[in-house]
Design a protein around this ligand. Structure first.
Ligand code: SF4
Length: 335
């Protein structure tokens, strides 16, 4: 069975963009692959080093969201990055194999650095070593567990390319030791926000969280962007430019054809259409929220799942690091 390494930074609750963008895919793949899901708390600290409470709380929230979404601990190992010291060790060894200019050339890092500069008015000089180096630690996350496959969105492809480069460089210097992981592009496009933004995101304020109550969902859906040309209830409209219709489609409303034809014919009002979407959305999230509630009421089970997942990941990383130390002539006192 091939091994998949995937995961997220714990920086808050998961939303529908995460669900359709990656989690749903992981739920499907977990039955066919040896699946390791990383809660990247160390990486979350690169941006939140001054807010450890947020990261700590989000680790638990993220685990709840995974389990609620159908990540099955019998088929997936959910593990905590900071509890795998071998990854930190490998990051140090890898840091000699990557030049600073190569890190600056990584388009995703460059883009994120520019975003930081726009947001905080920072110059490149205030970018931290940890931020610049996080693709190196990400490479260590994947390689330390002998990962074969990494499912990614388009923006993560440069990181996996860099990971492969690091593995190749290591092997060329120290001998064939490490696996070169493969990026598998997620087929799901980026999920748009109800406000019409091309992306759903926490920072964009347009996220529908998996744990949102019906009241919260109602508030968000009622303010969704529709076809602006539809002023009166019986005006015909174009569903293809309406975010409400986009979500009817995304959530596979069985009444989709009727929504489309009634919208085009002007026999459907936007308020009724939004109310129908609220119903579809709460029904979709219902089973997830039930599972979440179960795990919220059984925190000891969540802790046990994380402990077992972390132990499984650590055993794997220890095996890989034995090979790494041997190749690097660092296997002092080992038989
Ligand atoms: Fe959108 Fe529905 Fe209004 Fe048509 S009727 S514009 S699909 S909300």
């Amino acid at each position: 069975m091939k091994t998949i390494i995937t995961g997220d930074r714990p920086t808050g609750r998961m939303h529908l963009g995460h669900y359709f963008g990656s989690i749903q895919n992981r739920v499907k793949m977990q039955y066919d692959y040896d699946t390791y899901i990383l809660i990247a708390d160390v990486q979350a600290l690169t941006d939140n080093f001054d807010n450890p409470d947020k990261v700590r709380k989000s680790v638990h929230e993220l685990a709840l969201d995974y389990l609620a979404s159908g990540i099955d601990p019998k088929h997936s190992h959910i593990y905590i990055q900071s509890l795998i010291p071998e990854v930190a060790e490998l990051t140090v060894y890898f840091s000699n194999l990557v030049t600073v200019s190569r890190l600056y050339r990584n388009p995703t890092t460059k883009h994120e650095a520019n975003q930081k500069a726009d947001k905080f008015g920072e110059s490149g000089e205030s970018i931290t070593y940890g931020f610049l180096g996080y693709p190196v630690s990400q490479a260590a996350d994947i390689i330390a567990l002998d990962g074969d496959i990494v499912p990614v969105g388009e923006d993560q492809v440069p990181h996996i390319e860099q990971t492969r480069e690091i593995a190749r460089k290591f092997n060329s210097i120290y001998g064939e030791t490490l696996k070169e992981p493969e990026a598998v592009l997620s087929e799901t496009p980026r999920i748009k926000g109800l406000d019409g933004n091309e992306k759903m995101g926490k920072s964009l304020g347009n996220a529908i969280y998996l744990a949102d109550s019906e009241e919260e969902i109602t508030k968000k859906v009622m303010s969704a962007v529709t076809d602006p040309s539809k002023i009166k209830k019986d005006d015909p409209a174009n569903p293809d430019i309406c975010m409400v219709y986009y979500y009817h489609k995304l959530l596979k409303n069985s009444n989709l054809d009727t929504v489309c034809s009634e919208c085009k014919a002007g026999s459907r009002g936007c308020v009724a259409c939004k109310k129908e979407l609220i119903k579809v959305m709460t029904e979709f999230l219902g089973p997830l929220q039930e599972r979440r509630k179960y795990y919220e009421e059984h925190p000891e089970e969540v802790e046990q799942i994380l402990k077992e997942g972390t132990m499984a990941a650590r055993i794997r990383a220890q095996e890989v690091m034995k090979r790494v130390r041997k190749s690097m002539k660092l296997d002092y006192f080992e038989e």
